[in-house]
Design a protein around this ligand. Structure first.
Ligand SMILES: [Zn+2]
Length: 68
């Protein structure tokens, strides 16, 4: 069933995040213990927050593991 994107699903996901500074699109795991920087310009794209990634860039979409 198609619908709202669940924010509290049991699975971790990969997110496609666009850097707000240079526009680079990078795949980021939605659970992280470390700060994630843009590989191009070094801007912060996500910081760990309660075991989840607090995304700082623009989320373009997500890559679900079961989306075969
Ligand atoms: Zn960047």
């Amino acid at each position: 069933m198609m619908g709202e994107i669940a924010m509290t699903g049991p699975r971790s996901k990969f997110l496609k995040v666009k850097c707000g500074d240079c526009g680079n699109v990078q795949t980021i795991f939605d659970r992280t213990n470390t700060r994630i920087s843009c590989k191009v310009c070094g801007a912060t794209m996500a910081v760990p927050k309660g075991g989840k990634a607090d995304i700082k860039g623009e989320v373009m979409g997500r890559l679900d593991a079961d989306q075969e």
